[in-house]
Design a protein around this ligand. Structure first.
Ligand code: AMP
Length: 427
């Protein structure tokens, strides 16, 4: 029986690797410019790392976590997102210093037991940043600036940057008191999950995708109207900085995010060229209470996460090419018989030492089918070594693009060979 990869997972290879590399390279370049350095955390953590931070009533914690018990009876969970683990690591490794900003980025696979569909998977890759140590609105603006810039640089055109503020604890309490009153007469129209949420964690009702619940929320009070003076000022300053930076944003009063830890600014970037629900490329927000909640010092923080697979998928759908990669010359060495391999090895080693992408036929010895391989694998040159070449210590170089053939002496004519295959293009 042929085995397939588990539902909701995918193998990444071929062209997709090029897209993925391009996204990661562009992001890392940008992160470095903004002075972020990389952190790598484990793919699994103690379950509590996620349940305590993301919130027990969220979709992620209540039904999407890959949780298992190890052989010693510990409850572990494959990470469903990056922030909680980074916060755990920052506290555990005492990476913070008073008065300084700590800026970290990560790239990693995440796991959520979701209903798989196009652009929504059970294992997916995210890259993200977390900035600790300041509640300065400029830091929120900087983080949003980076998110926006990344997609601009990748070549996305019609982007919508949605922003909202969830305020602090006090704003939320004031809002929840009003929201509770608003919901009371309408509770019967909520779905089963939301009836439960209304009691345990009403903010999460904003996450519900069901039409009935969306209708209930249409006229509901919005948290933005309940912001205290300080939170209102903070949000105004974030927006002012964005305007100064020439970043177009849309205030979206209904925007919520799927984690409980957010405070104040939250944001999301979506591609307006795609009309599906899977058009969100990334998002994030401020989480000023989380470090303390984890037992660390009282340090504010802000960050975002970008879906790499989602970005790859939308780039493909929108015809955005992963540009910027310098094409290396590709050479295919065709060894006509096994007994010529000693000579071929010398040639192969020379090209590889010179950094050309060079491969050799390990099995097939039929010239016609080998030449077919050359075309299929986008080689620029075929170097053929048969009886005559070995006897005269020559190489036959077929220029696939220019349709030309050259016979060159191997000893003493390397300059000529390098000229034919374009030395310098291989760096
Ligand atoms: P989140 O961690 O939920 O804020 O998601 C941040 C980004 O990760 C989203 O905007 C998506 O691009 C991506 N993402 C989230 N969940 C999935 C998933 N199940 N499959 C693929 N990409 C995802």
């Amino acid at each position: 029986m042929v085995l397939n990869s588990p539902r909701g997972t995918a193998d990444i290879f071929g062209n997709n690797i090029e897209y993925r590399d391009h996204i990661i390279r562009s992001a890392v370049k940008l992160f470095e410019v903004f002075n972020y350095s990389e952190i790598i955390t484990p793919a699994f953590e103690h379950t509590e790392v996620f349940s305590r931070s993301i919130g027990t009533e969220t979709d992620i914690v209540s039904r999407e976590m890959y949780t298992f018990t190890d052989k010693k009876g510990r409850s572990l969970t494959l990470r469903p997102e990056g922030t909680a683990a980074v916060v755990r690591a920052v506290i555990e490794n005492k990476m913070y210093a008073a008065g300084a900003t700590l800026k970290l980025f990560y790239i990693g696979n995440m796991f959520r037991y979701e209903r798989p569909q196009k652009g929504r998977m059970r294992e997916f890759w995210q890259l993200g940043i977390e900035a600790f140590g300041s509640d300065n609105a400029l830091l929120d603006a900087e983080v949003i600036w980076m998110l926006n810039l990344l997609f601009k640089e990748l070549g996305f055109k019609n982007l919508a940057l949605l922003v909202n503020s969830l305020g602090c604890n006090k704003c939320r309490q004031d809002f929840l008191a009003e929201f509770g009153k608003y919901l009371e007469p309408l509770a019967g129209r909520l779905c089963g999950d939301c009836k439960n949420r209304a009691e345990k964690n009403p903010m999460r009702i904003f996450d519900c995708k069901k039409e009935g619940c969306a209708e209930v929320l249409a006229d509901s009070p919005k948290i933005i109207s309940f912001l205290c003076g300080q939170c209102r000022d903070h949000f105004s300053r974030v927006l002012e900085y964005l305007e100064k930076l020439g970043i177009n944003y849309k205030k979206d009063e209904s925007l919520v995010r799927g984690f409980d830890y957010y405070t104040r600014t939250i944001f999301e970037i979506v591609s307006e060229d795609i009309k599906s629900a899977q058009n969100a490329l990334g998002g994030g927000g401020r989480y000023d209470r989380l470090v303390k909640q984890f037992g660390g010092p009282d340090i504010p923080a802000v960050g975002f996460a970008v879906g790499i697979d989602r970005t790859m998928m939308l780039m493909g759908q929108l015809g955005i090419k992963p540009g910027g990669k310098v094409k290396k010359t590709r050479i295919y060495l065709i060894c006509m018989e096994e007994k010529y391999q000693d000579y071929c090895l010398e040639v192969l080693k020379y090209f590889r030492d010179k950094n050309f992408i060079c491969d050799i036929n390990f099995s097939n010895r039929n010239l016609k089918s080998e030449i077919k391989q050359v075309g299929k694998n986008e080689y620029d040159f075929a170097v053929i070594i048969g009886e005559k070449e070995v006897k005269d210590r020559m190489v036959t170089i077929k220029d696939i693009v220019a349709f030309k053939q050259h016979s060159v002496k191997w000893d003493g004519e390397k300059d000529k060979i390098l000229k034919i295959i374009g030395a310098g293009d291989n760096e």
